[in-house]
Design a protein around this ligand. Structure first.
Ligand code: PLP
Length: 398
């Protein structure tokens, strides 16, 4: 009989989006004639761009001919893509060596799997509210989590508390679910704190492409000294609509070296390389070619057009909230809009209220942590028409 990983018993019963789907389909079955508008899950609605599709087609044709066919690729990803990503970082003001970039199939996989590199006894600092993957993957391993409060008082941007000890620190900016973004000065404080603690920052930049304010950092590596204390995860899911195509990248600087209990010096870069090559056989060649197209001038311009489209949705949502005097964060440098549930409702109560009275689906803040229990998240990833219709119904309701 196998001994099981009993830490799984510490996880919540169902994943947030599964519970949302369950409630929505129950409502749909009972009201088949009503049109439900979904502004809940953070999935994109715009198709892949022209340049990306061209690159995919070309790569598919290459795979059809023995001279150009590619089998297993390099585990870290092809040089053509890693060089393109390094150049993209450079343009945005961060110096990232292509050799420190690992191509993968998703920021969800990598933010989850990175826990493989760390012992069970680390103290993990996680913001609340938070993208649930950071919490669940650490609970699966039986690690102790210390939460830092994101509240309206700190604009949902928790800052380091020198009296709290931490070994691993999860930061996500622009943030899911709150849409809040750390400033350069704030990230400098995090880097200083991490260095003081000899901790590692696990920085999730999945929404960096939504940053429109040039003063806001899009990468932790824009901060001096970050290479000595940070790993960054990024993804093409939201930048380029790759949620179903799957491609991401993780930067692990070679400066991240820590002593082991036997006195050896262990490099996180080398360890991840070992893990990646043991448990992963690479992102598909055709997908890496598609990703390469994203980083061309024309390809990025097409992606930014889509992002601009989503930004307009965010504006539609924000305008109605403003009109109703509901204060919110996000929506400017982020596709997410986060607000306190009206009339003192709790978030699941508000979810049901909005579903039954306006047939609009959002995401209850409780799914992101204790501090989200009176908050609600709407996303700008819908279509203009349905977003406008959802917000018309919202306006009428309040
Ligand atoms: N990180 C954050 C903060 C996210 O919100 C998401 C997806 O919603 C991901 C990572 C996952 O990205 P990917 O599609 O690359 O797995």
């Amino acid at each position: 009989m196998p001994l099981l990983n009993e830490n799984y018993q510490n996880l919540e019963e169902s994943y947030l989006f599964a519970e949302i789907a369950r409630r929505v389909s129950k409502y749909e079955e009972a009201h088949p004639d009503q049109k439900i508008i979904r502004l809940g899950i953070g999935d994109v609605t715009k198709p892949l761009t022209k340049k990306v599709i061209e690159a995919l087609h070309k790569a598919v044709e290459e795979q059809a001919v023995s001279e150009t066919f590619r089998g297993y690729g390099p585990e870290k990803g092809y040089d053509f893509l890693r060089n393109a990503i390094s150049a993209y970082y450079k343009k945005n003001g961060a110096d990232v060596d292509p050799d420190t970039i690992f191509i993968s199939d998703g920021a969800k996989s990598d933010t989850g799997n990175i826990t493989d590199l760390f012992g069970k006894d680390n103290v993990v600092l996680v913001p609340d509210p938070v993208y649930p993957v950071y919490v669940d993957t650490n609970l699966m391993d039986g690690r102790k989590i210390v939460y830092m409060n994101g509240t309206a008082e700190n604009d949902f941007l928790p800052m380091p508390d020198p009296s709290v000890k931490a070994d691993l620190i999860y930061l996500c900016s622009p943030n899911n679910p709150t849409g809040a973004c750390y400033s350069k000065e704030q990230l400098e404080k995090w880097v200083a704190y991490a260095k003081e603690m000899q901790a590692v920052i696990l920085f999730d930049a999945a929404y960096e492409a939504f940053v429109s304010d040039p003063a806001l950092p899009r990468s932790i590596f824009e901060i001096e000294g970050a290479k000595e204390c940070a790993i960054e995860f990024c993804s093409l899911s939201k930048t380029a609509g790759f949620t179903g195509t799957r491609c991401s990248y993780t930067v692990i600087p070679k400066e991240l070296v820590f002593p082991a209990s036997n006195g050896a010096e262990l490099s996180l870069h080398a360890m991840w390389n070992r893990r990646h090559s043991t448990k992963f056989n690479g992102t598909p060649y055709i997908v890496q070619r598609a990703a390469e197209a994203v980083f061309t001038e024309e390809g990025m311009a097409e992606c930014m057009e889509n992002i601009e489209y989503y930004r307009q949705n965010a504006k539609i949502i924000a305008d109605v909230l403003r009109k109703k005097n509901i204060s919110f964060t996000g929506g400017v440098n982020s596709p997410y809009i986060w607000f306190e549930c009206p009339n003192g409702m709790e978030s699941w109560e508000f979810f049901d209220y909005l579903l039954t009275h306006a047939q609009v689906v959002g995401t209850p803040g409780a799914g992101f942590g204790e501090n989200g229990k009176n908050y609600f998240r709407l996303t700008a990833f819908g279509q203009h028409e349905s977003t406008a219709e959802a917000m018309r119904r919202f306006e009428e309701l309040f």
